[in-house]
Design a binder for this molecule. Structure first.
Ligand code: BGO
Length: 676
């Protein structure tokens, strides 16, 4: 049960809509600064509430998670549906994007079938008007039996009318008869068959019986589960359901569920024909024209790959001079610090802190440039296209298309990417995506690539960097495929992919999105990485009296034990072994460790690597691939545990990623050695 507290008897208004429908904008318009944020009880889904005032009157606004449907598979959908069913909101304000009315109406229909007291907000009317499209609001109100409020939330137009409705509710609330969709003869006859048993149950007395019947025929696990739990009175319902399912499957095979979705889409098409009109000879919109090329079945993937390549080339070229400047500053600081006495303090500051931290800080320019580029791709709407293109390819491999969205987020940081898996309704698809997301190369691994590509591949740095990201995607998709055929066997759910229109990004949005990701890197440098380099320095100096960071140090001894295991991959150097262990804390620490261990005195870390490792490009490439694929950082492992609800998947991720990293880098090194 949700929190139904009704402050000072003011009405409770639930806000519900698809992602990107303008819900946040409307919530802010309605509540101004009267907002508070928490979590829904028992789940990690964010709960936002606020007070809307209009004159003397007020209402409590509860912002429900953005969802595409109310099938109650994903935690977001469960939260939204349970609040509407059990939270007794006085009104459910359903915000729909008027410029994509057809797609957004799917959620509206589900609400109306539940008998929710809906007021529809028809948002983005500025876009509808600019396109010279027309929506017959009166006809829409009549056909759906709901109040419709036209709005342009981003211009704050329509807010006052909505406030009047929600703040001036009388005791009768809003009248909103339950919508009845005709599901065709066969389904309708099964609904009739189920109704008597449902109406005799507690659940049937609480919620609309017809809605429950439709949910049961859709095999809604939560509703079926509730009847399973209520043994005695649930039994007749489940028996009737088994009979109905058998009959429907006899006629339609596995397609019975699709019949229900088809009927809803059919209803929507009819509604759109009656209420929506566009100029007869309408020229294709800018978005349509661009989409013809960018999401073209043949050109889409090559364009995506080419764009990624250009992006990495740009990151390298633009960051090089800036990195040189930062490198010089740290070199100068190192020289200054080496004069300090006593000698151990000079070594701690110069070898440990400046060597280790400096090795990581040098990568601020490429990291920020990369985040700027990702923010531009996201804010223009291209990232959604990339997911759309990959969705098609992934669907062919039997995978859930929505998996690619968390994977894309993984380019920034794996932690939010794993958290984004919540939006995937099917549990098997959700776990599979969680397991493969760590292969998407996060920003923290970028310093490793830039360092090694710069030192060992001076002519083809961009290409090498690009190949890392590509290998990550290929391995991720490959393992998703393997998991779905083995440990996570089963059908992949059907879903509709959202394609937002192209937009010119604003400087502010790019800045905010870049900063959101970049600040994480800076705060880690000041905390985790600084702490790690000090510990590394201590371990590199013990036992006292040995030469700092020599093979006789604790670090050297541990590294020398592990190094032989890495030999087959061509990366069996003790310092490399140590850096891979410390990299489990955070991936940036790999570079910090190499800086602290190999860069004694002043100089460039890239030069020190070439001089001390005795490697060629093939060893360096195998190492980069190892870093790309091996165990994600400790924070990611703990998030996988939290999101999957069990240590099993966290431990599995840790073990299998190390195995994959070892196998792939060994293959690369061994095959490469034969060829070159
Ligand atoms: C960006 N009209 C128009 N044209 N846009 C609107 C309206 C409207 O009536 N209402 C909202 N938007 P959210 P959810 C953006 O973020 O409230 C816009 O997910 C951008 N982002 O400004 O976040 C709104 O909470 C880059 O646009 O929706 C927002 O439901 C460039 O719709 C987007 C330009 O609104 C989603 C705009 C990176």
């Amino acid at each position: 049960m949700q929190d139904t507290s009704n402050n000072n008897n003011c009405s409770v208004i639930a806000l519900l809509g698809n992602p990107n429908s303008g819900k946040t904008t409307l919530f802010n318009n309605l509540t101004g600064s009267h907002q508070y944020v928490g979590n829904w009880p028992g789940v990690t889904v964010e709960k936002k509430e606020g007070i809307c005032r209009h004159g003397e009157q007020s209402a409590k606004i509860v912002d429900l998670p953005g969802v595409y449907s109310l099938t109650a598979y994903s935690p977001d959908e469960v939260v939204a549906r349970n609040f509407i069913l059990d939270g007794n909101p006085d009104i459910v304000v359903n915000i729909v994007d008027g410029s994509s009315l057809e797609r957004h109406l799917y959620l509206t229909l589900q609400l109306l079938e539940m008998g929710a007291p809906v007021v529809m907000v028809l948002n983005m009317m500025d876009v509808v008007n600019a396109r010279k499209h027309k929506i017959d609001i009166k006809a829409l109100e009549k056909e759906l039996n709901v109040k419709v409020v036209p709005m342009s939330a981003s211009r704050n137009e329509g807010t006052t009318e909505l406030k009047k409705i929600i703040c001036a509710l009388d005791d009768h609330g809003v009248a909103c008869p339950t919508l009845k969709i005709n599901y065709g003869r066969d389904v309708e006859s099964e609904i009739k068959h189920l109704l008597p048993a449902i109406e005799n149950s507690v659940l049937g007395k609480k919620y609309p019986a017809r809605w429950i019947a439709v949910k049961l025929l859709e095999r809604d696990s939560e509703i079926v589960g509730r009847f399973q739990e209520s043994e005695g009175e649930g039994a007749p319902v489940l028996k009737a359901l088994a009979e109905s399912t058998l009959r429907l499957e006899g006629i339609y095979g596995d397609e019975a569920e699709t019949l229900i979705a088809d009927a809803r889409y059919g209803f929507i098409s009819g509604l759109i024909k009656d209420t929506y009109s566009r100029p007869y000879h309408e020229a294709a919109s800018f978005t349509d024209k661009l989409d013809r090329v960018l999401v073209n079945r043949w050109a889409g993937i090559p364009i995506f790959i080419a764009l990624m390549f250009l992006l990495f080339q740009f990151v390298f070229t633009a960051s090089e001079p800036l990195m040189g400047g930062i490198e010089q500053v740290f070199e100068w600081l190192g020289e200054m610090a080496s004069g300090i006495s006593p000698g151990w303090l000079a070594s701690l500051i110069s070898d440990g802190i400046i060597g280790g931290l400096g090795a990581v800080m040098v990568f601020i320019p490429p990291i920020f440039l990369m985040f700027i580029a990702i923010a531009i791709l996201e804010d223009t709407g291209y990232m959604a296209r990339a997911a759309f293109i990959m969705d098609k390819a992934m669907h062919k491999l039997g995978l859930h298309g929505r998996s690619f969205i968390p994977m894309m987020l993984g380019f920034g940081c794996t932690i939010p990417a794993v958290m984004a898996c919540r939006t995937i309704d099917n549990p098997r698809d959700r776990i599979t995506t969680m397991l493969i997301t760590p292969f998407m190369s996060c920003g923290a691994r970028l310093p490793i690539y830039v360092l090694f590509a710069g030192a060992f591949f001076s002519a083809h740095q961009g290409l090498v960097l690009f190949s890392m990201y590509l290998i990550g995607i290929v391995i991720a998709v490959l393992f998703a495929f393997i998991f779905r055929k083995t440990i996570q066997k089963g059908e992949s759910a059907h879903f509709v992919m959202e394609l937002p229109p192209y937009r010119l990004p604003t400087f502010k949005s790019i800045f905010i999105h870049t900063w959101e990701r970049g600040k994480h890197f800076l705060s880690r440098a000041a905390t985790v990485i600084l702490g790690a380099v000090i510990i590394i320095w201590v371990l590199g100096s013990l036992p006292w009296g040995i030469e700092y960071a020599s093979q006789d140090s604790v670090l050297g001894i541990v590294g020398s034990w592990i190094a032989p295991l890495l030999g087959p991959a061509g990366i069996g150097h003790w310092a490399i072994a140590v850096s891979l262990i410390t990299g489990f804390v955070a991936k940036e620490v790999v570079v910090a460790t190499l800086g602290a261990v190999l860069l004694t005195g002043s100089g460039l870390l890239g030069d020190a690597l070439v001089a001390q490792l005795g490697w060629g490009p093939l060893n360096a490439y195998a190492f980069m691939v190892f870093c790309l694929l091996y165990i994600p950082c400790v924070a990611t492992i703990s998030v996988i545990r939290a999101e999957s609800g069990t240590w099993k998947w966290a431990a599995f991720t840790a073990v299998y990623t190390i195995a994959v990293a070892w196998i792939v880098s060994t293959l690369i090194f061994q095959i490469g050695s034969l060829l070159f």
